[in-house]
Design a protein around this ligand. Structure first.
Ligand SMILES: *[C@@H]1O[C@H](CO)[C@@H](O)[C@H](O)[C@H]1NC(C)=O
Ligand SMILES: *[C@@H]1O[C@H](CO)[C@@H](O)[C@H](O)[C@H]1NC(C)=O
Ligand SMILES: *[C@@H]1O[C@H](CO)[C@@H](O)[C@H](O)[C@H]1NC(C)=O
Ligand SMILES: *[C@@H]1O[C@H](CO)[C@@H](O)[C@H](O)[C@H]1NC(C)=O
Ligand SMILES: *[C@@H]1O[C@H](CO)[C@@H](O)[C@H](O)[C@H]1NC(C)=O
Length: 477
């Protein structure tokens, strides 16, 4: 009896084992294996051996980067790297054989850096494709006019960081299932096609760092799911389009920096209840910031620098502000605004050339612990930064050139965290502390310093124009 049970058990076990064997040899559909081997044969250089496991006759479902979610069919091809891993890249082109991966749901080639060729139109026929991430490769040529053939089920199209040229094909408007369209960091020209207004499911639209021009079209009325809009670093001209006001309920990021936009900053932006980042820097905006900005309670990053904005500046109520840059406008703020001084989470404060006339000795922010960067250059600030620097122990950079600071530099403690210190064109006196050698950049030129310079490695232009500094890199004492 006992031996019979054992025999049965053995029989069951061997059947399971046999199934496993048969299962293994069948695990990958032959069409998918053929297609992937062709993909591999188009790769000419694979220094880190990413595709070493891609061997004919083995189960392609367990090859590196391959997923077969439900069956013997490949559902994802995903090869990823970091931009700072020197060996982990691929050279070559994308094989047209991808068209045979009938169940492919996602195609990801991220940071492969040296994959060349045109946009892979072989993806058009794939009935289940939803995710296409071809980021940071060297794909080039124009985006194909019939890119709409990727179909309405496509959820994400991300082609960031390639060398695509030409304009955005109007057929992108056929990709009505897209929640994310990212063409950032290419060489794309022309204007934004108005058909993008049909992409009603869009949550993220990223077209930054291209050469897009003309006014931004009125496409936003129907894009009411949009949370993230980045059009920075292009050549857009004209005003902020009115239809952006439709994005008030959900938009969290609005980045239009480094364009040539003009006109006033529209009052409706003050109604954007979810806005956390607003970057309008490096444009040609004029006039005053609308008083409606008082309502932007949740904003954490506000960059209006390098425009031509004027007073009056609204008294904001932005308790969550973390990063503020108002530099290089036509402001005459007089002092650092109270709502900034009393904010508990600021890590970056840039108020260069804002017409500030305070005595820094007495500026006492409510919370200095988080400060990493403070830029108060080109103001009329007097007194000493020492009380501030003693409190802001995590400060990495302090820039205050072109002010009236007057204090004994020899009494300044340079915190370990500090990298960059610019006190040029002030009235600083005393000597240079030896801890200055731990900095990454230093500028003390045009002050009233005196004495021997400690060994620092900084150039003469960091020290010239003082009363009696001497020793290298200046003439000997
Ligand atoms: C990138 O690919 C090109 C040609 O495809 C090749 O000449 C070059 O050596 C590759 N670069 C690296 C770092 O392998
Ligand atoms: C928006 O684009 C700019 C320009 O490329 C970039 O510096 C910035 O980080 C982007 N914003 C976000 C939140 O990714
Ligand atoms: C925009 O502003 C920049 C400086 O911020 C200036 O050089 C340029 O001439 C201005 N362009 C226009 C069209 O006003
Ligand atoms: C700045 O304030 C400090 C402390 O109140 C004071 O000793 C100093 O004289 C002031 N400096 C100027 C230029 O007003
Ligand atoms: C220091 O500042 C002066 C004047 O602001 C400038 O001319 C010089 O190039 C700067 N030197 C360094 C090393 O940054």
């Amino acid at each position: 009896m006992k031996s019979l049970v054992l025999l049965l058990l053995l029989l069951v076990l061997s059947i399971i084992a046999l199934q496993c064997l048969v299962g293994t040899s069948r695990a990958c559909h032959v069409d998918d294996e053929t297609s992937l081997l062709s993909f591999r044969s188009h790769i000419t250089h694979d220094p880190s051996g990413m595709l070493a496991s891609w061997m004919s006759g083995t189960d392609c479902c367990i090859w590196e980067g391959i997923t077969c979610l439900h069956s013997d069919r490949v559902t994802a091809l995903g090869l990823f790297s970091q931009t700072d891993t020197p060996d982990r890249f691929l050279s070559g082109t994308i094989s047209p054989s991808l068209a045979k991966l009938r169940d492919l749901d996602g195609f990801y080639l991220v940071n492969m850096r040296n994959i060349t060729g045109k946009f892979p139109t072989s993806l058009y026929g794939l009935p289940k494709l939803r995710y296409v991430y071809l980021e940071n490769n060297r794909l080039s040529g124009p985006l194909p006019n019939d890119i709409g053939k990727l179909g309405t089920r496509l959820d994400v199209l991300s082609l960031e960081g390639n060398r695509f040229t030409g304009s955005i094909p109007s057929s992108v408007s056929e990709l009505t299932g897209l929640t994310r369209l990212n063409l950032a960091g290419n060489l794309i020209t022309g204007d934004i096609p108005v058909g993008i207004r049909r992409l009603k499911a869009l949550i993220q639209l990223e077209l930054q760092s291209n050469q897009l021009s003309k006014p931004i079209p009125e496409i936003f009325s129907s894009l009411d799911q949009l949370r993230y809009l980045n059009l920075s670093r292009n050549k857009f001209a004209g005003k902020i389009p009115n239809s952006i006001s439709s994005l008030a309920p959900k938009l969290a990021y609005l980045e239009l920096a480094h364009n040539t936009l003009t006109g006033q900053i529209p009052s409706f932006l003050g109604e954007f209840q979810s806005l956390s980042t607003l970057d309008l820097s490096w444009n040609n905006f004029t006039g005053a910031l609308p008083q409606s900005f008082k309502k932007l309670a949740g904003i954490s990053n506000l960059d209006l620098s390098h425009n031509s904005l004027v007073e009056p500046f609204p008294v904001m109520n932005a308790k969550r502000i973390r990063s503020l840059d108002l530099s290089y406008n036509n402001f005459h703020l007089g002092k650092i605004p109270d709502w900034v001084t009393s904010s508990p989470n600021v890590y970056s404060l840039k108020l260069a050339k804002c017409g500030i006339k305070i005595n820094l000795t007495n500026w006492n922010p409510k919370e200095a612990y988080f400060y990493e960067r403070i830029d108060l250059s080109e103001n009329r600030i007097s007194g000493s930064p020492i009380p501030l620097l003693n409190r802001a122990e995590n400060l990495v950079g302090f820039w205050a050139s072109g002010n009236r600071l007057s204090f004994d530099l020899g009494k300044m403690r340079i915190a370990h965290a500090m990298y960059d210190l610019d006190l040029s064109r002030n009235s600083v006196f005393g000597g240079v502390p030896s801890s200055a050698s731990e900095l990454r950049s230093l500028n003390l030129s045009r002050n009233h310093l005196c004495g021997r310079i400690p060994a620092t490695g900084f150039p003469a232009s960091s020290f010239v124009g003082n009363d009696c500094l001497c020793g290298l890199p200046l003439p000997a004492c």
